[in-house]
Design a protein around this ligand. Structure first.
Ligand SMILES: NC(=O)C1=CN([C@@H]2O[C@H](COP(=O)(O)OP(=O)(O)OC[C@H]3O[C@@H](n4cnc5c(N)ncnc54)[C@H](O)[C@@H]3O)[C@@H](O)[C@H]2O)C=CC1
Ligand SMILES: O=C(O)[C@@H]1CCC=N1
Length: 264
């Protein structure tokens, strides 16, 4: 059995570790957070081991960096030179490059991942970039483990990870925000909150399922909903008139610029 230690057990690490644990029994988990609480909680959920402090770090096959990019420097200082030398580092940090990780930790085998939170329910999207030093056996193992709870896309150019961050990494937040706005509008028009919440959730779920299972493009699927002189058309005209596409374009550029800023 291989082992993985996660440094940080926040929202994203929890989604990945729980996703892994549900889909595979090939890993033993070690969990660390500075304040202990969430590491203890996650250790219980995945029958793992809580690491109380960094004075003695267990020898593991994989170490996952799961703190915020801004917390990495502090983490790196506390773990440099204490990791099993043959281990592969998995980083989920937005922006932070494999070069920074390699230099800060004195390591060369790094998998940089851009995950997303639907990993928690087995429907994540994970983008991979490996440094050259990661061998094919580790690449296959990691690909299999992550594929158990997500769709894995491997990129050959590291810059592409920054590029896709504002799409698949941040994407769930856009969906949840759109979902929130629709739900609130429905409630304001008199529909009971619990009914509105369920109806919007199912509308998103059904639309995603249809999009995945249909051979139609998203545009064709949209056209099939939009009756001539009908209801949907009026709503879509407002989106068009108010510049929804431009707004999305600007938002994605802002996300990308931030990812690039974090990589410096
Ligand atoms: N939340 C998301 O949807 C996504 C997050 N990410 C990346 O995942 C990483 C974590 O994000 P979240 O889970 O959302 O943040 P979070 O704030 O929920 O979790 C951060 C975790 O790091 C721990 N931590 C803080 N300082 C530390 C230190 N010095 N050493 C070890 N652990 C430390 C915290 O205790 C906490 O458990 C970030 O780098 C982010 O860029 C990437 C894609 C999606
Ligand atoms: O907001 C962030 O910086 C991270 C990266 C993508 C999703 N969460």
């Amino acid at each position: 059995m291989k082992s993985l230690l996660s440094f940080g057990c926040g929202n994203m690490a929890q989604a990945i570790v729980e996703g892994m644990n549900k889909s595979s029994k090939e890993l033993e988990y070690f969990l660390y957070t500075p304040s202990n609480t969430r590491a203890i909680e996650l250790a219980k959920v995945v029958s793992g081991t809580h690491v109380a402090d960094l004075s003695k770090i267990p020898e593991c096959d994989f170490y996952m960096l799961s703190c915020k990019p801004q917390q990495f420097e502090e983490l790196a200082k506390s773990i440099k030179g204490k990791l099993k030398p043959s281990a592969t580092i998995i980083s989920i940090l937005a922006g932070t490059t494999t070069e920074t990780i390699s230099k800060s930790l004195g390591v060369s085998k790094v998998l940089r991942v851009m995950p997303n939170t639907p990993s928690l329910v087995g429907a994540g999207v994970n983008a991979f970039y490996f440094t050259d030093e990661v061998g094919s056996e580790e690449r296959h193992f990691l690909n299999d483990i992550f594929s158990g709870f997500s769709k894995v896309f491997t990129f050959e150019k590291e810059e592409e990870i920054d590029l896709i961050t504002g799409f698949s990494g941040s994407g769930p937040a856009y969906i949840f925000e759109f979902s929130r706005i629709l739900t609130e509008k429905m409630v304001s028009m008199g529909i009971a909150r619990d009914i509105a919440t369920e109806m919007i959730k199912w509308t998103f779920y059904g639309s995603s399922k249809l999009q995945l299972e249909s051979s139609d493009s998203s545009e064709e699927l949209r056209i099939k909903v939009t009756s001539k002189n009908g209801v949907t058309y009026e709503a879509l005209e407002v989106f068009k008139g108010e510049g929804l596409e431009k707004i999305v374009d600007m938002a994605i550029d802002a996300a990308y610029n931030r990812a690039v800023e974090l990589s410096k």
